[in-house]
Unconditional design. Sequence first.
Length: 104
Amino acid sequence: MIGERLQELRKDYGMSQEELAGILGVSHYTISSYECNRSDPDDKSKIIIAKLFNVSVDYLLGLIDDPVSYDREHRIICLPHNFNNEDFIEIENYINFLKHKKQM
């Protein structure tokens, strides 16, 4: 599970295996091994990956399916999977409206 999610996150961020390898201090062959599920990153690397891609370790491990932030300081709203970008923009606009309303 972690391999597929790692590859997806890396590609979503436009990062090469070599770049991720440099951040983790491993070879790009090791990243390839992670992504093919031949081996798993150690716990320290999992934490670095979670912070780098702003997801929880639970998401990386496949315990949850929503890529929520590792940062629990902020409240998070998980949107249904069928919400598109227009829905997201509408929600953002409503949140901004509520912020403005509270400032009055």
